[in-house]
Design a protein around this ligand. Sequence first.
Ligand code: GRF
Length: 215
Amino acid sequence: MPSAKGSRPPSVAIPPRLGVLISGRGSNLQSIISAIADRRLDARIAAVVSNRADAPGLEHARAAGIETIHLNPRDYPTRDAYDQAIASALIACGVSLVCLAGFMRLVGRPLLDAFPNRILNIHPSLLPSFPGLDAQRQALEHGVRVTGVTVHLVTAGLDDGPIVLQTAVRVLEGDTAETLAERILVEEHRIYPEAIQIVLAGHWTIAGRRFVRGR
Ligand code: GRF
């Protein structure tokens, strides 16, 4: 019999725990769930938080057996109190990285301070072009030939913060906001899990506005 002395249990790496914040459809949430299932992303989703009880994306979470948390902003006296409640819920779930996936609220100080440089967002344009709502329509109406997707760290500014990954999508003759959004979404689903993996892997620093890899 092998002696117990000196033998070690095999080391089991504990995957980092993600908190995903949604408000609606949840297709990016689903892309993260799929990337984890396919082992393209070494993480687990500890909780999905929604500001809306009827967000269809919550079904993706439930179907994958992920804890869902609905926090209604109306139950809190101030924006800060609401953001603090989200931060507390995420901390209680042991979350180390927060991913906004169609979360339609500005992130305030309590949440930013609880997760410094640990909140990611995905935006359907090549930032800093076309921040805010309806980015695909803004791009179309501006007449750009190329738009795309940005994954960035979240700061206090709207769709601001160091850029982790971007990818371009061509605007085609005859595109509508809907057809353009569809092609952009395909790229969103591809690069969000990739960007999350990059951030989780470490070896990066922030230099001014820049997300610098390799150190
Ligand atoms: C996506 O286009 C994302 O880039 C933006 O909001 C949309 C959310 O879509 N921030 P879904 O809920 O992930 O399907």
